[in-house]
Design a protein around this ligand. Structure first.
Ligand code: NDP
Ligand SMILES: O=C1OC[C@@H](O)[C@H](O)[C@H]1O
Length: 393
């Protein structure tokens, strides 16, 4: 057996998700039955100081060989780094990713990819021109659970798909949490491209797109029409966003497929915090329905309910429908290693984009979010909507 391909990561930013991702990189791939690729953390950079980057590497228990930088500019020049994970707020993704690409680094950039579709297109053009790998870090798409569900749709198990309903909502006391301290928190701060849509709404949209759009042959994929309703928080960032999408082509059908994507800061998908309130995602076809338990970003369970009527109604009422199939998909860690494995395989194989989260689909999703924001009147400051580079933020 040949030895695994090792990819060397640079971590750009030292916040909450950078820590989770870096810890996942350090897990032994054999714990998830992976033997063809491995990950090394070569360096991390903080925009504030090298000591902050050093502290981050220590917290993540990275090897002492990993370098700590006090600026992103130093990180992108490191010859020992193959790929950079960009984990700054949405507002900074365009500038930070462009910096990496222009310095010859492959990039995995956190969701939402950019602030708008124009920026996403520019990044894609640059990656193409420089022959570098680039992917939006929509980790959920690389879970075995997502892959199994897409396969069930593709092979016709649920028949032709007519509708998907997906929700990711956090019930928050917004004024006293993210809104406290002058509303500087990235969830509501317009200068950081805050709001429910770009932060949480990307997940219900991911479920709509990966089940309805991604599962039809590439040549038949057409962007959806969009009708949206938004309510804004005092900062101008969206706090309630509901979207109805109509996709012209449906998996296994010559008809449209509708999708309802919901996100909200005031009410929760799971009010008791234990996901007892029913599925977060419902994928409805003529032969049955797939129900995915929340949270939409890290689901570990789904069920398939076939559309059959020959079942004793009394047993069904007692929760004993024998035709329902339940699937548990435990995650040995946070679950961000699957997207990292995908990056390693693509770079090893000389691919510039991943089939699981391709450039065209990231751009169409950004265009969808642009239209949702247009209808809801959410506009970010020009410095973060611009495609100009470099701009100091
Ligand atoms: N995939 C997932 O499950 C998740 C993804 N995310 C995504 O990751 C990104 C970061 O989120 P999260 O880690 O929660 O955010 P944090 O606020 O925890 O961290 C962001 C980091 O970015 C750096 N940064 C650089 N410039 C700024 C700035 N002007 N203001 C604030 N931070 C700045 C800072 O690190 P330093 O200065 O040290 O470089 C900071 O620690 C977002 O795009 C978010 O959508 C978030 C949570 C979960
Ligand atoms: O990507 C995310 O998923 C988990 C949420 O808690 C977080 O706000 C969001 O950025």
């Amino acid at each position: 057996m040949s030895s695994p391909y090792t990819i060397r990561w640079g971590i750009l930013a030292t916040g909450g998700i950078a820590e989770k991702f870096t810890k996942d990189l350090l897990l032994d791939p054999s714990t998830r039955q992976v033997s063809d690729v491995k990950h090394a953390v070569a360096a991390a950079a903080s925009s504030s100081s090298a000591s902050r980057a050093k502290q981050f590497l220590e917290t993540c228990k990275c090897p002492s060989s990993a370098k700590a930088y006090g600026s992103y500019e130093e990180l992108v020049k490191d010859p020992d780094v193959d790929i950079i994970y960009v984990a700054t707020p949405h507002s900074h993704h365009y500038q930070n990713t462009m910096l990496c690409l222009l310095n010859g680094k492959h990039v995995l950039c956190e969701k939402a990819f950019t602030v708008n579709a124009a920026q996403a297109k520019k990044l894609v053009e640059t990656a193409k021109e420089k022959k570098l790998f680039l992917m939006e870090a929509v980790w959920t798409r690389f879970f075995p659970l997502s892959i199994q569900i897409r396969k069930m749709i593709e092979d016709g198990t649920i028949g032709s798909v007519h509708r998907v309903i997906a929700d990711l909502s956090f019930g928050q006391d917004v004024e006293n949490t993210w809104g406290a301290d002058g509303a500087k928190h990235r969830m509501v701060n317009m200068d950081l491209a805050g709001g429910a849509l770009l932060d949480l709404g990307i997940y219900p949209l991911t479920w709509c797109f990966q089940t309805i759009y991604h599962t039809v042959p590439a040549a038949q994929r057409k962007p959806p029409t969009v009708t949206a309703s938004i309510e804004r928080y005092t900062t101008g960032a969206d706090e309630k966003t509901s979207m109805i999408l109509s996709f012209p082509s449906a998996p296994h059908g010559k008809h449209t497929a509708h999708a309802i994507a919901l996100t909200n800061f005031r009410v929760a998908t799971d009010p008791d915090g234990h996901y007892t309130s029913g599925p977060a995602i419902r994928i409805q076809g003529t032969k049955g329905e797939i129900q995915v338990s929340g949270p939409a970003f890290r689901p570990t369970h789904y069920r398939f309910i076939p559309a059959e009527e020959d079942i004793d109604p009394q047993r069904v009422r007692q929760g004993q429908n024998p035709k329902v199939k339940e699937y548990d998909c435990p995650i040995p860690g946070q679950g961000m290693f699957w997207e990292a494995d995908e990056c390693a395989r693509c770079v090893r194989d000389g691919k510039l984009e991943s089939e699981g989260m391709g450039w065209e689909e990231s751009v169409v999703i950004m265009e969808t979010m642009d239209e949702v924001r247009r209808q809801g009147g959410v506009k970010y400051p020009e410095t973060i909507e611009t495609t100009e580079y470099p701009v100091s933020l």
